[in-house]
Design a protein around this ligand. Structure first.
Ligand SMILES: [Fe+2]
Length: 387
């Protein structure tokens, strides 16, 4: 076995278990918090998911302020608004409760608190000069893995391009991961976020930046998600929700410390243009892009099929890989992912510019097969015309 040199380290401590968010106050105290900004959207607050967090902060005597202007595909100006509030209140610790939007917004607020300037000034690979304000991340969906990833993705509202801060200094210091929060999640959100997690697992496994450590995380996440997503969507119970929450966090580590590929390049371009929920934007492209990538490494794609639960014995690598693609297609269909052409606002006239935006994505070079703007246009049209 020959290997290129690589590094694997995690800046986030993970605490997993039922009711773990009750530990927030204690963990904030350990991080030296004297004033907390609690970042959560109104839906999460209304569903009572911040209540144990707030009680825990009160129990520890740590004052907090709430910032609740969180939207899907978070905007640059919301991050700046949250930053101004945090600065005014003298915040020295952030707690994010929610999906990727809340956690990513909190990472950007922490970056602005410690670095100043604008979001755009810190977008890129490892540009941060120091650790950002400590963040405790508490996911309420099994999707983004943002509680363990070293990046934040927000939308530049002037250019409609996704901005990406990639730096372990921006990662959460602590992740409190409670599977029971998924029990009451609406099924269409479980489906979309769950396929996003599957996409992280698949793309991190096949991408050019994968290494043996991330591959191990990827394969286990693929196994967990493929065994639990259908059940978690149709009839969620503690077992399937535990499998999904573990799968999502483990996939987060896998892609956070390798990369994603062309599925995410297309998804982020679609999200920037149409505000498509990220999980849906990933799900529509996952089977077709995986099929496109098979020639880059048929054997690895056959292993992917095996992790998806496909019996590949007696098959050639190419046939096994194609069976894996069909399994992904079936999974997306079974959990009710809509077709690209049925998504509100999608217009083929926009596809050339979406393909160009996808090609400019920082993850394009990581895709296992070289992919040009022309290839992206071919793929987007293929996805749009799929039955
Ligand atoms: Fe994603």
């Amino acid at each position: 076995m020959s290997l290129k040199n690589y590094e694997f380290s995690l800046p986030t401590s993970i605490f997993f278990g039922e009711g773990i968010s009750k530990e927030t106050g204690k963990k904030a105290r350990e991080l030296g918090a004297t004033k907390v900004l609690l970042v959560a959207d109104k839906g999460v607050i209304g569903a009572g998911l911040t209540a144990p967090v707030e009680e825990s902060l009160k129990r520890e005597g740590i004052p907090y302020t709430v910032y609740d202007q969180i939207v899907p595909n978070p905007r640059d100006y919301h991050c700046e608004e949250g930053y101004r509030l945090a600065k005014k209140e003298g915040v020295d610790c952030l707690v994010a409760v929610g999906g990727g939007s809340s956690m990513d917004t909190a990472k950007v607020i922490g970056t602005l608190l410690t670095h100043g300037k604008a979001v755009q000034d810190w977008c890129g690979f490892q540009l941060l000069e120091r650790e950002v304000t400590p963040l405790i991340a508490i996911p309420t969906t099994a999707g983004t893995g943002s509680e363990v990833t070293p990046f934040a993705v927000v939308t530049d509202t002037k250019t409609h391009v996704k901005l990406n801060i990639f730096d372990p200094k921006a990662a959460a210091k602590t992740a409190l991961v409670d599977p029971t929060v998924l029990l009451r999640l609406p099924s269409h959100i479980m489906a979309a976020t769950g396929v996003d997690a599957m996409t992280h697992a698949v793309e991190s496994y096949t991408c050019k930046l994968a290494n043996p450590h991330t591959e191990a995380y990827s394969l286990y996440a693929i196994d967990l998600i493929s065994k639990n997503l259908r059940k978690a969507v149709a009839h969620p119970d503690l077992e399937s929700c535990t499998g999904m929450m573990l799968g999502s966090t483990i996939a987060g580590i896998a892609f956070g410390y390798s990369d994603v590929g062309a599925v995410h390049c297309i998804a982020e371009a679609l999200g920037g243009r149409y505000d498509t929920p990220h999980g849906v934007a990933c799900a529509v492209g996952l089977p077709a892009v995986t099929e496109f990538n098979i020639p880059a490494d048929p054997e690895k794609h056959a292993e992917l099929a095996k992790a998806l639960g496909v019996n590949i014995s007696g098959m050639s690598s190419e046939a096994a890989a194609m069976a894996g693609v069909e399994e992904l297609r079936k999974l997306c269909k079974d959990v009710g992912i809509p077709k690209l052409r049925d998504i509100r606002g999608v217009n083929p006239k926009d596809f050339p510019s979406i393909a160009e935006a996808a090609e400019k994505n920082v993850s394009t070079p990581s895709n296992p097969r070289e992919v040009s703007a022309k290839d992206f246009l071919f793929l987007i049209n293929k996805i749009y015309n799929e039955d």
